[in-house]
Design a protein around this ligand. Structure first.
Ligand code: TRP
Length: 463
């Protein structure tokens, strides 16, 4: 274990894994998915996925990682199932795709630190003008990727763990402050109603598929990121309770992000909630406008917010980069430092079309493709995101659960989960884990995976 590095403590692991989970997915992605999915009904479906299906899959990923001390592809081989390595490799591919577009958004967040400091609170127009300055946003993206690479090259406990422990609490405090402020604004309650009072007639197939994808993405699940992090975890660690804490932290922060943004949209729209479906630009449009109403402290608050958002994104990009790097180190025998910079460079290049797709290149912008799902126009970034998040991650989660319960076998999974958790065997949690990992997750996720792909990409709707 020493050669690969490891987390130094229980708190360190939880902080790093929660740091991986909490990121742009919560603060940028969750509100815009809720907005596009019609509000509170989406939230209900999302919560169902997180707690009922994803949490058991999370514990399983961590257990496989800790058992094998390997990257996602190597883990299946180490357990003796070479034929399953493709699941890990598919996960690694998903990680590359996700990081390629994630880094673009992280680069914007980085650039917005300076926009806020300069008091540019122009909303949608300003955001549009910002994303087309391709050299500038490209440079921000490159810097962000380089920072990620730097942290990853310093190894697990030195870089990843330290950064996460300090920054997460600061982010939470700041967001809570903003929630309080936004609740005092006029029409805040219209936002809260949109966000929290479900209109179940809004639940349709598309909402279910996006909620599933968002749950996997936000929890960093389905591609082996947590197999990789699990591989650095101590045998004395209680995996199930760690997974529960990570899930709670992640859902909690997404929830707070919604509490911060929807009252603001209520205020900005005079209660109509128009603009809630703002898509990927949402937090870059709404929040700066609000900072603009704060008077002389606006630039300061805006700057701090985007600084913290960048740190939240960094603990996530680090976990994304760590996966292909661990693969390159374990399986291709490349030195860690070297692997880090090569992989980061490749991923940056893969992300260039995503970068170009916000107005600079018509080809990669919203006209890039039109889903067959009823005609949603989609830019390149969102297209890659839906291939990775809505399709590969749930498929990966499904395969990992099926594998653990039926190929590797339940009793081996139980054994690993019981290590560090003396009361696990015979408990209700164990029974639920067995049911969820053995039956619920494989059945529900495989059906939803097929339905999602048919619906989104082929326009075939079965339900
Ligand atoms: N969960 C992170 C977020 O919400 C993104 C992320 C990090 C991720 N690692 C991942 C998503 C692994 C899927 C798989 O911002």
């Amino acid at each position: 274990m020493a050669a690969r590095g490891g987390f130094s403590s229980r708190l360190g692991f939880i902080a790093a894994a929660a740091g991986s989970a909490v990121g742009l997915g919560n603060i940028w992605g969750f509100p815009f998915e809720v907005g596009e999915g019609g509000g509170a009904a989406f939230v209900v479906v999302y919560l169902f996925f997180c707690f009922v299906l994803c949490f058991p899959v999370m514990a399983t990923e961590i257990a496989i990682g800790r058992k094998t001390e390997k990257n996602p592809a190597g883990a299946f081989v180490a357990l003796g199932y070479k034929n399953w390595a493709w699941v890990g490799k598919l996960g690694i591919l998903a990680g590359v795709l996700i990081l390629s577009f994630y880094n673009v958004i992280a680069g914007w967040a980085f650039g917005y630190i300076f926009e806020m400091a300069m008091g540019h609170f122009g909303g949608g127009e300003q955001f549009g003008a910002f994303t087309v300055q391709i050299v500038k946003v490209g440079a921000y993206g490159a810097l962000f990727m380089a920072t990620t690479a730097f942290v990853v090259s310093r190894g697990v406990s030195g870089g990843i763990e330290k950064a996460a422990k300090l920054l997460m609490p600061t982010l939470i405090v700041m967001m809570l402050g903003m929630v309080i402020y936004s609740l005092t604004l006029d029409n805040a309650m219209d936002g809260i109603r949109f966000y929290l009072v479900p209109d179940f007639s809004k639940i349709n197939a598309g909402v279910i598929y996006s909620a599933m994808g968002q749950a996997f993405f936000s929890l960093s699940l389905g591609m082996g990121a947590l197999i990789t992090y699990g591989s650095y975890v101590n045998k004395k660690e209680n995996i199930v309770s760690a997974a529960a804490l990570i899930t709670l932290a992640d859902v909690g922060i997404a929830f707070i992000a919604g509490m911060m943004i929807f009252p603001l949209i209520g205020f900005m729209s005079g209660g109509t909630m128009e603009g809630a479906a703002g898509g990927p630009g949402l937090i870059f449009v709404t929040l700066p406008q609000i900072f603009g109403t704060l008077g002389s402290i606006g630039p300061l608050v805006g700057t701090i917010f985007f600084v913290l958002l960048c740190f939240a994104a960094l603990t996530s990009t680090v976990s994304l980069l760590e996966v292909p790097v661990a693969y390159a180190v374990d399986e291709l025998n490349i030195r860690r430092k070297r692997a880090v910079w090569i992989v980061a460079g490749i991923i940056f290049v893969v992300g260039i079309p995503s970068l170009l797709g916000f107005g600079y290149s018509d080809f990669f912008s919203t006209a890039f493709t039109t889903y067959k799902d009823g005609g949603t126009d989609t830019d390149f970034l969102s297209f890659v995101a839906s291939i990775a998040n809505d399709s590969i991650l749930p498929l990966g989660g499904c395969m990992i659960a099926f594998f653990a319960a039926h190929i590797w076998k339940k009793h081996n999974l139980d054994e690993e989960l019981a290590s560090g958790s003396p009361k696990y065997k015979g408990s209700f949690v164990q029974k639920y884990m067995n049911f969820a990992v053995g039956y619920l997750a494989p059945v529900v996720l495989s059906i939803l995976f097929v339905l999602t792909v048919l619906f989104k990409f082929f326009g075939i709707s079965i339900i």
